[in-house]
Write a protein that binds this ligand. Structure first.
Ligand code: NAP
Length: 287
């Protein structure tokens, strides 16, 4: 029999076994804990894309602070992440935070430090869109609200979190923009302009925070199936028209944005900063 004819000496067996075990352990621990030791804050993370990002960062090993405006949504999301997705309680916490409130932002940061001992990653995901229609018909208060939540809060959170990101190894900020920031949607003019502003915020923050070894990047999702986009994805006629513009022929899923964010905040992207990444199934966004 073949196995009888091949003789491997005991020391060689032991060395082969050793190498096999080592390579398997290191491969699995690399996949399991790409973000081990990192602490992440994800805003607007009790539903949709933010919730998927929180889940993915936690699955990749980070400790994650989720947040949104409503206590009941924070509790529900925590329950889902812990019971349905098996994320341990000490790895995922929650804090109410309306990103437009300075008091809430301060509490979000201090609670994260209290629970997890520091902050390495900020994912600024919150946005609002109170009006639809012609941009020129947008009332001043709606314009102000859009820019306060979508742009100013992202900027202020960056300022407020910066002292805590400094001196940590591999700190990161990711803004969630939109494909509308590259190619404005006609009925979402002011929202689209606010998302374009985030592309610029990414560039300037990457310049200013680069010397502190803090990377800043941005993701621009296409149409992703969430509550926010349901007016497009769930309305017959509208959805078909939009799908015609998407080469992959389908709307995206929240987890498809989460994977990109997890890559950007990991060491796999250690030389990437100041970039805006579109994930839109091929929907035209730029030349
Ligand atoms: P979503 O499913 O409607 O979820 C919105 C989340 O934001 C909820 O957890 C909500 O919880 C929270 N939230 C709303 N206003 C907030 C505020 N002022 N402060 C803190 N949390 C707030 O939305 P989504 O589709 O995932 O959108 C997430 C991000 O992706 C947004 O920046 C959006 O512009 C961007 N985006 C989405 C799409 C898409 O097709 N879905 C495409 C491009 C870009 P509470 O109600 O408890 O606050």
């Amino acid at each position: 029999m073949l196995w009888r004819r091949i003789s491997i000496s005991p020391p060689l067996w032991s060395s082969l076994l050793n190498n096999f075990t080592k390579s398997n352990i290191s491969t699995s621990s690399m996949t399991m804990s790409k973000l081990a030791g990192k602490v992440a804050i994800v805003t607007a993370s009790t539903d949709g894309i933010g919730l998927a990002i929180a889940k993915r960062l936690a699955k990749d090993g980070a400790k994650v602070m989720i947040s949104s405006r409503k206590e009941k949504n924070v509790q529900k999301a925590l329950d889902t992440l812990r019971t349905k997705h098996g994320i341990p309680s000490d790895q995922i916490k929650g804090q109410v935070c309306h990103v437009g409130s300075k008091e809430d932002r301060t509490k979000l940061i201090s609670q994260t430090i209290q629970d997890f001992g520091g902050i390495d990653i900020l994912v600024s995901n919150a946005a609002t869109n109170p009006v639809m229609g012609s941009a020129l018909d947008c009332p001043e208060d709606a314009w102000d609200k859009i820019f306060e939540i979508n742009v100013k809060a992202a900027f202020l959170l960056t300022k407020e979190v910066k002292p805590h990101l400094m001196g940590r190894k591999g700190s990161n900020i990711v803004y969630v923009s939109s494909i509308a920031g590259f190619q404005p949607f006609s009925v979402l003019g002011p929202y689209s302009v606010s998302k374009t502003a985030l592309l610029g915020l990414t560039k300037i923050m990457a310049q200013e925070l680069g010397p502190e070894n803090i990377r800043v990047n941005c993701v621009a999702p296409g149409i992703i199936k969430t509550r926010f986009s349901s007016a497009i994805t769930d309305t017959d006629g509208v959805n078909e028209k939009m799908l015609e513009m998407i080469p992959l022929g389908r709307f995206g899923e929240p987890h498809e944005i989460a994977g990109l964010v997890s890559f950007l905040v990991s060491d796999d992207a250690s030389y990437v900063t100041g970039e805006n990444y579109v994930a839109a199934g091929g929907q035209p966004s730029r030349l």
